[in-house]
Design a protein around this ligand. Structure first.
Ligand SMILES: Cc1cc2nc3c(=O)[nH]c(=O)nc-3n(C[C@H](O)[C@H](O)[C@H](O)COP(=O)(O)OP(=O)(O)OC[C@H]3O[C@@H](n4cnc5c(N)ncnc54)[C@H](O)[C@@H]3O)c2cc1C
Length: 46
């Protein structure tokens, strides 16, 4: 069966990235959302 879920990949987990990811989640509760951060910390700048 095809997977028709929206897939979102966000690159960067400081300020803009988590905002984009949470906005995507609010707009589509079933979406597959992946947040990639190359550093050690998430949302340190928010
Ligand atoms: C010297 C300085 C002082 C500042 N002081 C303040 C302050 O006191 N208060 C304030 O509100 N704002 C401050 N700012 C501004 C604030 O840092 C930025 O507005 C905010 O960090 C921007 O967030 P951003 O998510 O757009 O980008 P960034 O903070 O640049 O985040 C981008 C993220 O993406 C990650 N990334 C990049 N490439 C990849 C990759 N290929 N794969 C995975 N992850 C990746 C990085 O590791 C980083 O975590 C300051 C900025 C500077 C330069």
């Amino acid at each position: 069966m095809p997977d028709n879920k929206l897939k979102v990949v966000v690159v960067g987990g400081a300020a803009a990235g988590p905002t984009a990811a949470s906005t995507a989640r609010r707009r589509d509760s079933a979406a597959s959302i992946t947040l990639l951060e190359k550093g050690k910390f998430i949302s340190y700048a928010a």
